[in-house]
Design a protein around this ligand. Structure first.
Ligand code: FRU
Length: 447
């Protein structure tokens, strides 16, 4: 297969379509990343499967193949998103079995089934029989047919599951269930805020340093110049005794949605997102090469003094650093992809890439703008408000950029499609230095 635009630092499907990361965990000496996978449909379709990557160190990866496919009546139209939890030395996976009845339905209030299905695995790859633990009849009466994406966690010897949902009156919310044994689930409560989209997808209950956050990907928010600029949004609420508040977006770039977090054994909370956007007007020419989309870099989450989550690429990636590179202020340099560049911000600056992408900061706003048509494939501009910006860190792969600002306070992720493996970069008002990066090792073992 043509290797053009093939990523070297980001996990992609061997062929076909990828969306949400699923079942992130560490189990029996490996990290496991499952993902929404449609090997036979470059545009995704409904009949999603789970693909599976594993790695001892998040640098050397093995793709073991497609591990869950729609093969029972309760998941016949897609093995949708879900999560993993380890109990008694076994990995337990929970996902949504999607069902679309044939007929004249609106698929919102009727015609759709959303089952929570439980499977177990001892090696991360061979799956047990599937067992349905929740069906639409088990959800509260106010729910539409859209209830999905179970994310589990354990707390004080009890298990909890959060599900994303759309009510019959088009309110996005999450449902929380609890269980003593992972088999029997009881509805506990609903969490929502008024006027915040019609559907919340891929919820995630996240604890960092004793603070609790609820991650969600809401659909149907109004769009503004500096907020909710994408078709669908993704971010987190602070959750305390007063409920949900202070929604903040994870990422201000064009390509980010449906992230999931997990706790690494050393205590780090790590987030991985889908570097894509459903229904977006912009495109990905990798489709001509037989694949579409990738995951973001794994990001370590910490909480800043003022209570915001900071995101930074996991430190394992520093092992990929090769020779030094630099672009002085006012100069132009040719750089081979992939690379990492960092710079201290003194005031305003701008960075031009291939006379087609402009990254700029004016002291209060960071802007990522495609000034030429070809590199962005329909992407235009995204803004991130930032009253203060101490530094910028850019990680550029063969066809993507992740831009981390002010210690990870704001992040922007985008795909971009340069011709060739070098880019020309000019820096104005900032000096950048960094490293060429070696690629990750990725071995494809299965299909
Ligand atoms: C989010 C999502 C999930 C669903 C999955 C299907 O991107 O729509 O809600 O489970 O993708 O692929």
């Amino acid at each position: 297969m043509d290797t053009k635009w093939r990523q070297k630092l980001h996990l992609e499907p061997p062929v076909g379509w990828l969306n949400d990361p699923n079942g992130l965990c560490r189990f029996k000496g490996n990290y496991h990343i499952y993902f929404q996978y449609a090997p036979d449909d470059i545009n995704g379709g409904v009949k999603k499967c789970w693909g599976h990557y594993r790695s001892p160190d998040m640098i050397n990866w093995e793709f073991t193949g497609t591990v869950l496919v729609p093969d029972i009546p309760e998941d016949r139209d897609g093995v949708y998103s879900g999560s993993a939890i380890v109990k008694d030395g076994t990995l337990h996976l929970f996902y949504t079995g999607n069902v679309k009845e044939k007929g004249d339905y609106d698929y919102i209030l009727s015609g759709r089934g959303a089952n929570v299905i439980h499977v177990t695995t001892d090696d991360g790859h061979s799956m047990s029989e599937k067992r349905v633990v929740l069906r639409n009849a088990d959800y509260p009466d106010y729910c539409s047919c859209h209830v999905r994406d179970p994310k589990l966690w354990e707390e004080n010897g009890k298990y909890y599951m959060v599900l994303g949902a759309r009510t019959r009156s088009d309110e996005g919310c999450v449902l929380i269930y609890e269980s003593d044994d992972l088999d029997e689930w009881r509805f506990a409560r609903k969490l929502s805020v008024p006027d915040f989209g019609y559907m919340w997808e891929c919820p995630d209950m996240i604890e960092i340093d004793g603070r609790r956050f609820l991650g969600v990907s809401p659909q149907g928010l109004p769009h503004y110049d500096t907020r909710f600029q994408n078709l669908f949004s993704s971010g987190y609420f602070l959750l305390d005794d007063n409920g949900l508040r202070d929604f903040e977006e994870w990422d201000y770039g064009f390509d980010f949605y449906a992230p999931q977090t997990f706790a690494a054994p050393d205590g780090r909370r790590i987030l991985i997102g889908w570097m894509g956007m459903g229904g977006a007007s912009y495109t990905n020419p990798t489709a001509q090469l037989g694949l579409q989309h990738c995951l973001t870099l794994p990001r370590e989450l910490t909480v800043s003094k003022d209570g915001n989550i900071l995101q930074n690429p996991i430190r394992e990636l520093e092992n990929l650093r090769g020779g030094n590179i630099a672009v002085s202020d006012g100069e132009r340099g040719q750089l081979a992809l992939p690379f990492e560049l960092v710079g201290s911000v003194k005031g305003s600056f701008d960075i031009d890439i291939n006379s087609s992408v402009k990254l700029s900061y004016d002291g209060r706003m960071f802007r990522l703008e495609f000034t030429g048509e070809s590199l962005g494939c329909g992407r235009d501009a995204r803004n991130a408000k930032l009253e203060q910006c101490g530094d910028i860190r850019i990680i550029a792969d063969l066809s993507s950029m992740e831009i981390y600002l002010d210690g990870g306070k704001k992040v922007l992720s985008t795909r971009f499609y340069p011709e060739g493996e070098n880019v020309n970069l000019r820096a104005n008002g900032i000096a950048l230095k960094g490293w060429r990066l070696k690629g990750m090792e990725v071995h494809i073992l299965g299909k």
